[in-house]
Write a protein that binds this ligand. Structure first.
Ligand SMILES: [Ca+2]
Ligand SMILES: [Ca+2]
Length: 301
């Protein structure tokens, strides 16, 4: 089962290009009096205004039809900005990165533990071009999954690599992460209609998560398909709600998803199996590796 969309562009937002007016002037031997000419120009101006209004309405309606609401629809694909690493998947394990300060206790970091996690995340953020708030989410997920499944050896750096490819760490199309981890505007992928290398996935959520009652779309900073979220939904920030648009929740769910089936991400085959379970594409896996490796190096100064 695959969680997110294919990284290749499924479709692009097509905004109709307004066309040049084809209104013609009258014939040469048919010159109207100046006052009449003004009246004609006035009518032409009115027609032009009406035409522009119609075009604007069509653009607005078509955009609402595509996304259903004002969200960060996924017509640009961040993955394309990351060059696949020149590695053979299956031979490279999870890159070694600076460990997360031990948080202990519940999945959500308590107030007394914020300082060290904040220092850790801010130190890496400045070197890796990853929002510190996103790194905190990956760090908390790293610790939580390590407690749940120590043999998986999950590191935050794999979640960070995925998140870079899926949404540029919740920054896709101007989205931003709030203090509580919510990513707004919501990042909703293209309709999974079988085009652009995507599978066809019928609606499973009644549009509740993805705003689409006909098909499903990947949702949130880690781009979970609604049916996958239904199985792996997690509450990383401990607010009692599992929300794929919240980076804490999405990062914890992604970590658990990667560690499914007893995988060991410290091995080449285990890491490959984990990442390709997200998206069964060798090139995708090598992009994730490239991003994860970059963050691992940045974390070590
Ligand atoms: Ca749906
Ligand atoms: Ca939550």
């Amino acid at each position: 089962m695959s969680a997110p969309t294919d990284p290749e562009p499924g479709s692009r937002d097509r905004v109709p290009v307004s066309r040049r007016s084809t209104v013609r002037s009258g014939g040469e031997g048919d010159t109207p009096a100046p006052r009449r000419r003004l009246a004609v120009l006035g009518r032409l101006g009115l027609v032009l205004v009406l035409l522009l209004a119609v075009v604007a309405t069509v653009v607005l309606v078509s955009r609402q039809g595509e996304f259903g609401r004002d969200d960060a629809g996924a017509e640009e694909i961040p993955a394309l900005e990351v060059e696949p690493a020149p590695v053979q998947l299956g031979t490279v394990a999870q890159p070694g990165a600076l460990a997360v300060p031990s948080l202990g206790g519940a999945p959500a970091a308590g107030a007394g533990q914020r300082t060290s996690l904040a220092d850790w995340s801010e130190g890496i953020a400045s070197r890796a071009d990853v929002p510190a708030r996103a790194l905190q989410a990956y760090g908390v997920a790293d610790q939580a999954v390590k407690r749940e499944q120590p043999d998986c050896n999950l590191s935050w750096v794999t979640i960070a690599g995925l998140a870079r490819i899926e949404s540029n760490h919740g920054r896709y199309r101007g989205a931003a992460i709030a203090g509580n981890g919510d990513v707004t505007p919501r990042i909703i992928g293209v309709p999974l209609d079988g085009t652009g290398g995507n599978r066809t996935i019928g609606d499973s959520d009644g549009g509740v998560l993805d705003g689409d009652r006909v098909l499903d779309r990947a949702v949130g900073p880690l781009q979970f398909i609604p049916s996958t979220w239904a199985k792996w939904r997690s509450d990383g920030n401990g607010d009692g709600v599992a929300d794929p648009n919240n980076i804490d929740d999405a990062a914890l769910a992604a970590g658990r998803y990667l560690c499914a089936n007893g995988r060991d991400l410290a091995t080449g085959p285990g890491w490959r199996s984990a990442v390709l379970s997200y998206n069964n594409s060798d090139e995708y896996g090598r992009r994730v590796y490239a991003a994860a490796d970059q963050y691992a190096r940045a974390s070590q100064g």
